[in-house]
Ligand binder design. Sequence first.
Ligand code: SAH
Length: 467
Amino acid sequence: MEMKDKNNKKNPPIKIGQKLVLTVEGYNSKGEGVCRYQGFAIFVPYGLLGEKIRISITQVKKRFGVGIVLQIIEPSLQRAKPPCEVYNRCGGCQIQHMHYGHQLEMKEQIVEDALQKIGKVYETEVVKPIMGAKDPWYYRNRTQIPVRNRAGDLEVGFFTEGTHQVVQAEKCLILNSRLNSMMSNLKEILAKQYGENAGGSEKHEEPIHHVLMRTSKGAEQALLVLVTEKEDFNGKKEMIEDIKKQMPELTGLLQQVKPKRSKGDVQGRLASLFGKDHITDSIGPFTFKVSAASFTQINPDQTERLYDKIVELMNPKEDSVLVDAYSGIGTISSYLSKKAKKVYGLEMSEEAVNDAKLNAEKNKLANVVFMSGKAEQSLLDLNKEGIQVSGIVLDPPRKGCERSMPELVSKMGIDKIVYVSCNQGSMARDIGLFRSVGYALKVVQPVDLFPQTSHVECVVLMSKVEK
Ligand code: SAH
């Protein structure tokens, strides 16, 4: 969307509490409706393109305002009734109020917007129609469930957007059914646990902050991780017994001790309480050992299509030497190895590299080598060894590549880049950087890995411009 608000930057034409009737003209990067008043942008969560709505302004910033919908005067045909009972309160989904077809249109739009605004890419015909999911519900294979015991009320559920408040739901419509039944088992077990141990005490025990769950493809295997304040807690033994009894098919139960103030996902040592400390998962023709803390994609069906697309775009020749940077447990490396002469997987997490090596052995892939350390450094090492790399897959974390990466890839004379991203902002920035060092943008293929949420995955093909 064009920016017409230059003159209004200092003096927004709206005030908090002001009521306006406006039409939704587009979407911002979070899938919220964007309206304009005297050219000034107003973000309206739950507003759909083309709808005439009455809003009340709730925030005014320098460059945009925020409003809430008071009334939908002319609803869009794309408006769906959100099937989840806690949709308005839970932070997990953002776009259940759109029919699935429109979710996909919206995602194509936000990819094009990011490319234009951040990457200065105006030839949006490179953006291909998004690959939608066959089933946009019950797809997630892992989750994190916060547990609270405030004022004696046990809360087991999901976080409200941007807060640490827990919303409880009977079930979650984007988790697979095994995770849903594990969640309800867990609720019963925790209710019993806290019920028995809180009795008579003023202070309500909160030994478990959250629980992590992950399942393999088809949910045949499942792991559960209790993330606790201390190693020992009241009723631990009974709780392990209850879990064994109620979830007899659990592949493994683990515990991670994490003092309250520490942040982030699973880190640190995971101790096994019973069963295995990993699951064996499969993606396409390959099997992978997946530890409780490893990164893997959360949508198994769409992941296979994503990986097929990566190989298709890279289109390696038999004698190609490829790099898979940010390789995790070696999933993309495995896919590439079937078509190339040699693949180097570069990954910083030592645990992931160990799993990747084991996985390559399991899958009998003799032409894959994993290097532990920062991708930038490992690439330099390959360069020093005089290894001629013809193509590189970059699948960085949300923040994108290291700043030194584009220069380095270009200096090594690598012809093809397949860039994989779950954040269109950093992707657009990195595409801009690669273009400035001699690469042409060929294809941006959005893939819907995260239906019902505003997130979108993209695979990008860039190739070196002949001089
Ligand atoms: N390609 C994999 C994993 C992608 S997630 C898959 O499809 O499953 C991103 C990975 O990058 C993580 O495993 C993280 O540990 C790793 N990582 C983050 N920064 C890195 C860096 N500077 N160098 C190498 N690896 C890095």
